[in-house]
Design a protein around this ligand. Structure first.
Ligand SMILES: Nc1ncnc2c1ncn2[C@@H]1O[C@H](COP(=O)(O)OP(=O)(O)O)[C@@H](O)[C@H]1O
Ligand SMILES: [Mg+2]
Length: 506
């Protein structure tokens, strides 16, 4: 191409109107950069490539609100963030895991996983608070999670029954903290007290039925305190709630644990520290993130002075209570696809048309970040994060079924899938499927997923061969039942694909 450069006379106003003279609207580097020993590296800004080191000293508070559609990279960010927080700041993390998506990762990172359901909490256990305070908390939880607040009479009767249960177990309602030697009452005692009044009052019968249903559906998880509450607040701990059968029970467990966290926070005698020593992670817990009365909101209001940081992640920004949404020092907005959610976010945070436009095309791991600085600053508060630079654990993925057990390191399998011809997005979904299923897929699930991506059965078989599956493995994986062996042999014979190099066998 030949071209000619020539000088032209231009007015300074015209010159300024040309985009190349504008500094991209990103916060100034001194707000983004910090010493790696007192901050958490997240990734680089999109335009100037400035590394963003999250430093709570520069921010209004240590709380983070993370929103974005499913698969946009929220949990990956949270995992990366808390891993680095523990390495650089020595912070602990307590994860309330709604969907069971953190448990394997926490085990891999050397943390502790507590399965709610196997362990439980007696909702009336005082754990250091007064019977009156505990009664108020239990009633708040019931009001948030059930429709009991529609009936004042039922609320009053349940409250009275809880009080009677404490008093008949020998407690004084206003005593500062319970007497550790006494046996704690349980919800079963409350149910019995209500049932005794049921003949005289339809409301008491209804309130008793409500408690009975809760106890039946939770299978005893809320009557005996076996959850090691005091060990939840140090190290990396995941409370796996996903085996509880309903959203209400998961939320009830989450709320009870948060009540304990709030009380420990208020009782903590720690010297005020500028950096959080504990992050509490609440991911996809819309019922407890959206209610004013939930302790998530108390932690946001008081957390900073006690060194507690809250990380709330949600698919839908409107499920996060306004006081969390508008007070978090850091907002991470991953890709959002629905127009009402986008306009809600924009009206709460106010950012330019430019960023509105940009946020339409965010890919996985990219986010629009909004920071509230601790000191007034004239510099922009928003920027696009090019990508969360992740903290990958070395995870082993298993491909099994029949007698087969092949294992791969995550990156190795990723590059073999890409070189076989899967697209980036297909490879990512395949790896996400491994993650969802505790890092292990059967050969038939693996080939069903490949077929869903548009590959033929024959090419799925040839990929399995390339990954190291023997003919016998394939036969037993594809036809576990002898009735289908003829069919499977025909499929294997029909597959003329070359046999590739073998994978690592256990
Ligand atoms: N920054 C990133 N770099 C590399 N992979 C990522 C990144 N963010 C997300 N992923 C991958 O994308 C998939 C979905 O991410 P995830 O965090 O689970 O999404 P969400 O929690 O928003 O539903 C996961 O397999 C994850 O490993
Ligand atoms: Mg997630």
């Amino acid at each position: 191409m030949c071209g000619m450069l020539c000088a032209q006379k231009v007015l300074s106003g015209q010159m300024a109107a040309r985009d190349f003279l504008f500094r991209p609207p990103e916060p100034s580097p001194d707000m983004l950069l910090s010493s790696p020993s007192e901050s958490i590296y997240v990734g680089k800004t999109k335009y100037l490539g400035v590394p963003f080191f999250w430093n709570s000293k520069k921010l209004l508070n240590p709380h983070l609100c993370v929103v974005g559609t499913t698969g946009s990279g929220k949990s990956y960010f949270v995992k990366t963030f808390i891993t680095r927080a523990s390495l650089t700041l020595g912070s602990s993390a307590l994860i309330l895991d709604w969907a069971g998506e953190y448990a394997d990762w926490v085990r891999g990172a050397g943390g502790q996983v507590v399965a709610f359901g196997e362990e439980g909490i007696n909702l009336l256990d005082l754990a250091g608070s007064s019977p009156h305070a505990r009664m108020t908390q239990v009633m708040d939880a019931l009001r948030i999670l059930t429709d009991i607040s529609h009936s004042n009479a039922q609320c009053r009767l349940t409250e009275d029954a809880i009080e009677k249960a404490y008093v008949s177990a020998g407690f004084k309602m206003k005593a500062a903290a319970g007497d550790g030697r006494r046996r704690m009452p349980t919800l079963e005692s409350v149910q019995r007290i209500l049932e005794r009044q049921a003949k005289r009052s339809a409301d008491a019968a209804e309130a008793a039925r409500r408690i009975k249903n809760l106890l039946l559906s939770s299978g005893g998880s809320f009557t005996a305190s076996t959850l090691p509450l005091s060990s939840l607040l140090s190290g990396l701990v995941c409370v796996d709630l996903h085996s509880l059968p309903t959203e209400t029970l998961r939320s009830l467990a989450g709320l009870s644990i948060l009540q304990f966290v709030k009380e420990s926070m208020r009782a903590s005698q720690r010297a005020q520290s500028p950096q959080p020593h504990l992050f509490v992670v609440v991911d996809e817990a819309w019922k407890i993130a959206s209610d004013e009365r939930s302790d998530v909101v108390s932690i946001v209001r008081e957390g900073r002075k006690y060194g507690f940081g809250l990380i709330v992640a949600s698919q839908n920004p409107t499920d996060v209570h306004k006081s969390i949404f508008s007070n978090a020092g850091t907002m991470m907005l991953f890709r959002l696809t629905h127009a009402p959610e986008r306009s809600y976010v924009r009206s709460s945070l106010s950012y330019s048309d430019f960023y509105e436009e940009e946020s339409h095309s965010l890919s996985v791991g990219q986010a629009l970040v909004h920071l509230e600085f601790s000191k007034p600053s004239a510099c922009p508060r928003n920027f696009i994060l090019r990508k969360v630079d992740g903290e990958e654990l070395l995870v082993t993925l298993h491909l099994g079924g029949g007698g087969m057990d092949l294992e791969f390191e995550r990156n190795e399998l990723s590059s073999r899938l890409l070189s076989f011809g899967l697209t980036d997005a297909q490879t990512r979904s395949m790896l996400a499927e491994f993650e969802r299923r505790s890092f292990s897929l059967s050969a038939s699930e693996f080939s069903a997923l490949l077929e869903k991506f548009g590959h033929s059965r024959a090419s799925a078989i040839s990929l399995l061969r390339e990954l190291g599956a023997s003919e016998r493995d394939l036969l037993s994986a594809l036809a576990p039942d002898s009735r289908h062996q003829g069919e499977a042999i025909a499929i294997l014979k029909g597959d003329a694909a070359t046999k590739g190099k073998k994978g690592k066998r256990r």
